[in-house]
Design a protein around this ligand. Sequence first.
Ligand SMILES: NC(=O)c1ccc[n+]([C@@H]2O[C@H](COP(=O)([O-])OP(=O)(O)OC[C@H]3O[C@@H](n4cnc5c(N)ncnc54)[C@H](OP(=O)(O)O)[C@@H]3O)[C@@H](O)[C@H]2O)c1
Length: 293
Amino acid sequence: MTQKASQQTVIVTGASSGIGKAAAEAFAMMGWYVIGTGRNPERCDQAETDIRSAASADARVAFVRGDFSEMSDVKHIAGEIAGLTNNIHILINNAGGVRDQRYITEEGNEATFAANHLAPFLLTRELLPQLKTAASGSPTGTVRVLAVSSTAHEYVPSLNWDDLQNLETDPFPATPAYSQAKLANIMYTRELNRRVSDDGIVAHAMSPGIVLTNFASYGDDAMQAYLKDEPGATAEEAARTLVWMATSPECGIDGGRNFYELEEKPVSEVAQDATSAARLWSETEAILAGLGV
Ligand SMILES: NC(=O)c1ccc[n+]([C@@H]2O[C@H](COP(=O)([O-])OP(=O)(O)OC[C@H]3O[C@@H](n4cnc5c(N)ncnc54)[C@H](OP(=O)(O)O)[C@@H]3O)[C@@H](O)[C@H]2O)c1
């Protein structure tokens, strides 16, 4: 099926499971062109089937696969997405999660930092032309980049500037490394918003709270024990906030905010520090340049 000019396009990363899958299904029900990404082959196949089943007759669904821990994969995924559409109205950087120990990727990055921070930075950079094309033909503020962060960002006093990726910090601080990556999501979102607002694009972050997904299965014993008996929201409930952030007029202004359950939620003081956000931006650019991407 070809895309109607009026059809909105959303990219949802991490659509093979949990919050991302629920969001992709919701957009497909609304008749959007939904492009999901995922990593685990079986979960990707199942999610693609489920998103297609949920889709309304005028929706379109595509699914691309790759590992966001490797920037070569992210670049490949960005290329596949660019081959599927010239217009991106909403980019939801949702893929990510906590790890149980330090995994160094083939490219030499720490996997938590790579998947949660480097990947959305690179994917967004690569897809900016499609976001700007959509923005040039859309009302100001309707093209948005949304990051799924976490209240875990509040649990660390700052980024670990001496070892940004926790490549050498011993023992590997699994949960703080995740919290730092989620802090990076908010800092990045605020800096991105500053840089793209003249193009009519808005960037926001969200904290989903505890959500009953596959999330804990990647974490260490302490994380699994912590989440085992916690009551949590469903993935569909968390996805509702993402859909609202993507479509509501009130989220089309004053970018750089953070949301939880359909309401604005303040972020930690360090997350609001513009100097740190600018430093994170330039250090991230340097890491990616070092990788040749
Ligand atoms: N659940 C919570 O309580 C909670 C709380 C705060 C924030 N969050 C955030 O919410 C987001 C979504 O997580 P979720 O709760 O929905 O967990 P989930 O069910 O585990 O879903 C995570 C999604 O991200 C994908 N993903 C993770 N690492 C990836 C990688 N290296 N490469 C490619 N894809 C990757 C997964 O792909 P595969 O399944 O195909 O591997 C999956 O589609 C994450 O950013 C997480 O940090 C969750």
